[in-house]
Design a protein around this ligand. Structure first.
Ligand SMILES: [Mg+2]
Length: 423
């Protein structure tokens, strides 16, 4: 165990609900639920008053209504939450040299080396007070020797709490806790551990390492380490903002705007799928175009955290419209999504219908099985040819078109490449 590190984990309490309370103080003290208002919706966040009734995040809204009929359901607004998230990140960025934005409302701060100049607990406590004072949003933190123990610490002292777990006390702190308090234990693993009779972290920590590997493989080994208070992962600096992007160079330069838009839609669809499969959200979209004379222009836009195709495609089209000013041929078009954080798309927080959301989930399932190109939006593919009655003309690959023999089609129209970039 590395006992020389000092890692703070900061996490907003009931973040989405807290932002709603800040907007509408009349809701303070009430059982408030964000999301889940519609019949098939899911609870995204709930106030501690609602939690007393057994309501929790990810619960079907209908069930929440049964448990707590007096609950006040709020639709939620991702734009507000994203803004609040940026406020918090800015306060932290102004005060510490090394931090990681782990999700929309969570940050890790590496205080290692600074502990000689500041008392870490005093520093963290003052930072927490500053965030509360400037944002009026409640926050808790844990301070310990690594990310895992600090995060467990935060969860144990929530809401409105702060907890220091100094090195000698790590094992004693972890031992009595239930195994599901270890971050990253999924339902399946929890079930398996329960079947083995493992309920407390201490029991898990005392299982021979090799046995854990035999039962759960690499994941078992990682769990065993966490149970023993070991976590070697680093705080990844926020300035190393990851981005994903893709660009297309046309074989033949083009001025066909509807074709450009269709290509953009296709690229964004693939990137959004990539985001969702990495369980990430983006807060910034960039579109680049290159004219045939190699003049390259770029425009970017900050957006509420999202991974939804429809929203991102509309933004990409907007950016393209502002960018494409000259009546000149284009040779390249590119899209990049950056300012990525971990997180899931929250149903009901966007102007997205449940049907559309279900559609994305179904499309992702097909792509997971049959590959990324297996299902695409209709706007991306060429419309089928129709006869004078509007009937689709069946394509006969053996029948050559008359003019094709003279002008063979370009073998490949474009080259598309995707890159994952660490800036
Ligand atoms: Mg939180």
């Amino acid at each position: 165990m590395d006992n020389n590190k000092h890692i703070i984990h900061m996490d907003q309490d009931a973040f989405f609900v807290s932002v709603e309370l800040r907007k509408n103080p009349k809701l303070i003290g009430q059982p408030v639920i964000v999301g889940g208002g519609s019949d098939r919706g899911v609870v995204t966040s709930c106030s501690y008053e609602a939690r007393k009734f057994g309501v929790h995040a990810a619960m079907p809204g209908r069930m929440a209504k049964q448990l707590c009929p007096q609950a006040i359901f709020v639709r939620g607004n991702m734009d507000d939450y994203s803004k609040a998230s940026h406020e918090i990140t800015q306060i932290i960025a102004d005060r510490v040299p090394l931090f990681e934005k782990a999700s929309i409302d969570e940050h890790y701060i590496d205080m290692t080396g600074m502990d000689k100049f500041f008392g870490c607990m005093k520093f963290a406590s003052e930072l927490r007070q500053t965030i509360i004072k400037e944002t009026h949003l409640p926050i808790s933190f844990g301070l310990s020797v690594n990310k895992t123990v600090s995060k467990i610490g935060t969860n144990e002292c929530k809401p409105n709490g702060e907890l220091e777990i100094p090195f000698p006390g790590v094992r004693n702190f972890l031992n009595p806790l239930a195994v599901h308090k270890i971050p990253g234990i999924g339902e399946a693993t929890y079930k398996k551990l329960s079947e083995m009779g493992v309920r407390r972290i201490q029991t898990l920590a005392e299982i021979p390492k090799d046995l854990m590997f035999k039962i759960l493989g690499q994941h078992g080994l990682a769990l065993w380490q966490k149970a023993n208070g070991i976590d070697l992962s680093n705080v990844v600096p926020y300035r190393e903002r990851k981005s994903i992007g893709t660009q297309t160079t046309f074989e033949n330069d083009s001025m066909d705007i509807s074709k450009m838009k269709a290509i953009l839609s296709g690229m964004v669809t693939n990137l959004a799928y990539e985001l969702r499969s990495q369980q990430k959200l983006t807060a910034c979209i960039t579109v680049t175009i290159r004219y045939s004379n190699f003049e390259t222009v770029t425009q970017q836009s900050r957006i509420p955290y999202t991974s939804l195709d429809s929203f991102l495609i509309a933004k990409a089209h907007d950016l393209f419209k502002t960018l494409y000013k000259k009546r000149m041929l284009l040779r390249l078009i590119g899209v990049k999504l950056s300012h990525l954080v971990s997180g899931f798309e929250q149903i009901g927080l966007y102007q997205t219908s449940e049907e559309e959301y279900d559609l994305y989930q179904a499309m992702d399932k097909v792509r997971n099985h049959y590959g990324i190109e297996s299902v695409v939006k209709a706007c991306i593919v060429k419309r089928p040819e129709r006869d004078e009655n509007g009937k689709v003309i069946k394509y006969n690959p053996r029948k050559k078109k008359a003019d094709e023999s003279e002008h063979p089609p370009a073998s490949k129209k474009s080259r598309i490449r995707t890159f994952i970039n660490t800036e």
